[in-house]
Design a protein around this ligand. Sequence first.
Ligand code: LLP
Length: 404
Amino acid sequence: MAEKITNEFLLEQAGEYGTPLYVYHGEKIKEQYEKLSSAFSALDTKFFYASKALTNINILRYIKNLGCNVDCSSSNEVKLALHAGFEPERVLYTSNGISFAEIEEAAAAGVHINIDSLSNLEKFGKKYGHTYPVGIRIRPNIMAGGNIKISTGHNTSKFGIPVHQIEDIERLMKETNICIHALHIHTGSDIKDPDIFVKGIEVLFELIPHFPDLKVIDLGGGFKVPYKPGEDEVNMPLLARRIKETFVSDFQTQNRNLSLWFEPGKFLVSECGYLLATVTVLKDTGEITFAAVNSGLNHLIRPMMYDAYHHLENISNPKGVKKNYWVTGNICETDNFAAGRTLNEIREGDILAIYNGGAYGFEMASNYNSRYKPAEVLVENGIARLIRRRDNFEDLIRNQAELI
Ligand code: LLP
């Protein structure tokens, strides 16, 4: 197990680099990757890190050096992955709603591609025929995931080609001779129940006889990680066992030699990250004590966007008496990090650590209210290094044309 980063260490980083600051713990990523790879060691499995969770180039390289591959959701993520040194065969582009030109760009780079519409499938087939094996994203009509905003496989989801359109896929295969080598699903994020993955495999196995060139079943990502203290993550050994049972039995009946791919995002990087923020103002209204910090939904949007729970600690006063606080940002909107949370007594100037900051934290950050995005620090073997400097005023105006 990776040794936990201590509060003292986090405080040192806040002192060294200032706040707001994202701190990522490399060994935690490694620990998570090892959990995955050991759980699935008995199957022919490949993992593609869903880089949309956190694309800092140093994180990409760290993950590459672990032996993991990378999944991308835009052509720029593909470029970042290649820039980070991933060979094209280790890069997967799971596209949705994109122009065909972007797919052509990915094909020119030689990366694996999952296509999610009949429209692009037809264009791809017409251009590449049997020369470029491609995957298709299927919408399995399964409801899964922590909440509706991060649920992507249900029957009103925009993602994938609905499973009932199999005849249209077959028609395109005949017309264009397209080579479909992978069937992909991703049903949502924060999934704890192994049966969701089993259900997904069952939907895909029904389709297998239609795909003579099939080599890969790609089950996407979505493994749940704990956000609250004491909460469980997905039971990975159990999940792997259930998937293996289903996979092997169905595979044997069909006598097909298939690899299994996954695209974990949160599972690899959520828990490695901490957002450190300084308390700027304490406001006691009689009913509520607000603790405002020098960060907000511009740096971590998950609490406001998904009502997500992020554990918080006052690392400057670990022995302080417990009191109830609303921790808010400084953005000119309601931006609670926590509404009604018991924390060690907070004083202005204290540093709060917000947990689970690795996945969809910095990556979804913005310059709203013309505030700077935070700096990022990566910790490896107890040594912290700056992997992105904080924005500065130049960054805010760089792309603007000053015409008036
Ligand atoms: N593969 C595909 C095709 C995906 O769309 C996603 C996430 C993943 C893999 C990785 O899912 P993960 O293992 O990270 O759950 N911003 C939201 C999550 C959105 C996920 C979008 N797709 C959040 O902060 O909860």
